[in-house]
Design a protein around this ligand. Structure first.
Ligand code: ZN
Ligand code: ZN
Length: 227
C-alpha cells in the first residue's frame, strides 16, 4: 500500500503548487474567469465552473503543449453530484469551447441554494511554484502533512506524481483507451487567506478533483476521490 500513497518514487517527478498571487508573472495561469465556453451542467442548467486555466506557453507544461493550444482549462460543475463520478470532456482549443462526452454519475443531488458557488468564479491570477522537499510524499508523515497544507497554503498541485486520497487513478481515455496524462489535482476544501480576504467561498466538498488529459484525443477527464 505504501507505494501507492507515498514513498521514495514520489520525488522523481517534479510538480508545482497552484498559489494565488497578485504579483505579475510571465505566465498567465489563473483561477476562475469565464473566457471559455464551457458546457451547461445537465442538472444545474448553468455553465460549469472554470476553475483553473493553465497557460500552455509555460514550458513546464510541455506534456500538454500542441498546435493551437494556448490554454488548458480545468473545469466541472461544483454545485451538484455530477462531480462525484468520472467525467470526460472534449476540448476545442481553437474556439475555446468544451463539450460533454460522458458523465457517469447517476445520483442527482444539488447543493442547497445558499451553498452554491456562483458562476463564474472570480478571476484571480495564480502562479505555479515548484514543490519543495516537504511537498513530496516520500514518507507517511509527509503524506499527512500534504493533506493539511492542501487547501490552506495552496489550491492544488500540477504535475508531479498525484497524491491520492483513495486509490490509484483510473485514467484511461474513454475514446482511445490509452493512459491519459495527469495534469493537476484541486482541493474541494479551500480556506486560503487570499480567498478569505476577498470574501470568496470556494468550498465544494471534502474531495479532491483529479484532472487528466489525452493529448491524442484532446479529452480531459475529471475524477474525484473523497478525502
Ligand atoms: Zn451541476
Ligand atoms: Zn484518447
Amino acid at each position: 500500500m505504501e507505494d501507492i500513497f507515498y514513498g521514495k518514487s514520489y520525488k522523481d517527478t517534479v510538480g508545482y503548487k497552484i498559489v494565488i498571487n497578485n504579483k505579475r508573472d510571465k505566465y498567465h495561469h489563473f483561477l476562475g474567469g469565464d473566457n471559455w465556453n464551457l458546457p451547461e451542467c445537465p442538472l444545474c442548467k448553468q455553465s460549469m465552473h472554470q476553475i483553473i486555466s493553465l497557460d500552455l506557453k509555460d514550458d513546464r507544461l510541455s506534456n500538454f503543449q500542441g498546435k493551437q493550444r494556448e490554454e488548458l482549462p480545468l473545469f466541472s460543475c461544483l454545485n451538484c453530484s455530477m462531480q462525484w463520478d468520472d467525467q470526460f470532456f472534449k476540448i476545442d482549443f481553437i474556439s475555446k469551447r468544451a463539450t460533454i462526452i460522458q458523465q457517469k454519475q447517476v445520483d442527482k443531488e444539488q447543493l442547497d441554494e445558499e451553498d452554491r458557488i456562483a458562476v463564474p468564479i472570480p478571476f484571480l491570477p495564480t502562479i505555479l511554484k515548484e514543490f519543495k522537499k516537504k511537498d513530496y510524499p516520500t514518507s507517511d508523515e509527509k503524506y499527512d502533512d500534504i493533506f493539511s497544507d492542501l487547501g490552506v497554503e495552496y489550491f492544488g498541485r500540477v504535475l508531479g506524481k498525484p497524491v491520492l486520497a483513495q486509490g490509484e487513478l483510473n485514467n484511461k481515455c474513454c475514446n482511445c483507451h490509452e493512459d491519459m496524462s495527469f495534469i493537476a489535482l484541486i482541493s474541494g476544501e479551500n480556506f486560503m487567506e487570499e480567498l478569505e480576504e476577498k470574501n470568496i467561498d470556494l468550498f465544494f466538498g471534502e474531495l479532491i478533483l483529479y484532472f487528466s488529459f489525452c493529448t491524442k484525443c484532446e479529452i480531459v477527464k475529471v475524477e474525484s476521490q473523497s478525502i
